[in-house]
Design a protein around this ligand. Structure first.
Ligand code: ADE
Length: 222
């Protein structure tokens, strides 16, 4: 049993979920004039939703999570503000997942204040109903329990995090082979990826000084 629940998402699933979300918007009879993609996770779903609903206006808003000084938890905030007039328009905010729901709450508030649309609705591919503080108006899947969705647009970024975690969880082990790391990620997350991702992840972690690479030998410096 993997220690962390993780689902490796395929491009086909992304297409299917985006279609389900678009169909739900379509059948609700509410037609958005503008789509707001939450950067970065909402980019791909938002573009697909735009196509499936034939919406020509697509803007984006980046929400980031910074570690807060007071707690170890991360705080969400607007990284790239959006200043545009949406007067008289219906805006659909699209993200990949509503997990804590914080990004969506911040985005909705920001779009209201800065763009003044006539109405705002929210869509996401996944809605983690037990943890999200907001229920999206449209979603493809309600998720019960917590899962990390490994979306195809963030493969390398996630694998860098997975490798880091595996190394950190084994503080006594200094020397690793790439095969051991691949196995470690499989054991921790229950998912497998092409070796290419591990090669690139290790180069990135080496350039950040997290580990050293000497050919096939990987030396952890944690
Ligand atoms: N971003 C925030 N929560 C997430 C989750 N559970 N899976 C994938 N991406 C996320």
């Amino acid at each position: 049993m993997p220690k962390i629940k993780c689902k490796k998402v395929t491009w086909e699933e992304v297409e299917e979920w985006s279609r389900i979300v678009s169909d739900k918007v379509y059948s609700s009879g509410w037609t958005p004039d503008v789509v707001v993609a939450i950067s970065r996770g909402g980019y791909v779903p938002a573009r697909l939703v735009c196509d499936r609903l034939v919406v020509g206006e697509l803007v984006s808003l980046q929400i980031s999570h910074w570690p807060s000084a007071a707690q170890m938890a991360k705080e969400a905030g607007v990284r790239t503000p959006l200043y545009c007039n949406m007067g008289g328009k219906k805006a659909l905010i699209v993200d990949d997942i509503a997990d804590t729901g914080e990004s969506l709450i911040i985005a909705k508030d920001h779009v209201w204040t800065n763009c003044r649309p006539e109405a705002i609705r929210i869509a996401s591919l996944q809605w983690i109903s037990g943890s999200s503080k907001i229920r999206p108006d449209y979603y493809a899947e309600e998720v019960r329990g917590w899962i990390w969705y490994q979306y195809p647009w963030s493969r390398l970024e996630d694998i860098i995090g997975f490798v880091k975690k595996v190394v950190e969880e084994n503080p006594g082990k200094e020397l690793w082979s790439i095969e051991e790391l691949i196995r470690g990620v499989r054991e921790w997350y229950g998912v497998e990826f092409d070796r290419w991702f591990f090669e690139r992840a290790l180069d990135k972690l080496a350039s950040k000084g997290f580990l050293k690479r000497d050919g096939d030998r990987i030396i952890a410096k944690v």
